[in-house]
Ligand binder design. Structure first.
Ligand code: GDP
Length: 177
């Protein structure tokens, strides 16, 4: 990517997995427990990574159930990179994440399409709820390996650091393409 300073990311995952909380954590370093997320939202931020000025745009679609149309066509085609979020205390959200990763792969990673692999990262959110965990960490790691993407368990409620590291990794990967 030469001369490209616009980076477009899309956040996907079940409603309630914590997409907005993760994004707000990354953008503002704060945790906002009840963030109004009833509308599709496009967030902008200027940031500097490795000395490059970037315009970051992040799309946080409002409603993604576990139905078949959980990846709207638009973000799948639009984004340069994806963050797929599930809640470690909600197995249904993990199954939805699996489905989303498959749909991203089908849309963007098919062999012969001539496109570079789109960078994706898988986030197991709500790590602070590990006493009511329904998805083991190694299941998340395995799913990420199968989809050749980054993986981390995080808690948007408790920490900024891990979320920041993952977003930065993903943005670097997009910049390298
Ligand atoms: P979205 O629908 O995926 O955007 O989810 P939200 O960001 O609106 O979060 C759904 C609910 O989960 C809200 O009540 C948040 O306060 C809560 N939540 C988000 N992240 C965490 C977390 O890391 N830990 C805990 N315990 N709750 C969280």
């Amino acid at each position: 990517r030469t001369g490209m300073n616009d980076i477009k990311l899309a956040l996907l995952g079940s409603r309630g997995a914590g997409k907005s909380a993760v994004l707000v954590r990354f953008l503002t370093r704060r945790f906002i427990g009840e963030y109004a997320s009833n509308a599709n939202s496009l967030y902008h931020k200027r940031l500097s990574i490795d000395g490059r000025q970037l315009n970051l745009e992040v799309f946080d679609p409002c409603s993604q159930g576990s139905g078949l149309r959980c990846v709207p066509e638009e973000p799948v085609d639009w984004a340069d990179g994806f963050v797929v979020v599930y809640n470690i205390s909600d197995r249904a959200s993990f199954l939805n994440a699996k489905n989303l990763l498959r749909q991203i792969r089908e849309a963007r990673l098919e062999p012969g399409k001539g496109e570079p692999e789109v960078p994706v990262c898988l986030l197991g959110n709500k790590q602070d709820l590990c006493h009511v965990r329904q998805v083991r960490e190694d299941e998340g790691r395995l799913l990420a390996q199968e989809n050749r993407c980054h993986f981390r368990e995080v808690s948007a409620a408790e920490s900024h650091q891990d979320i920041s590291v993952l977003f930065t990794q993903l943005i670097r990967q997009v910049m390298e393409q």
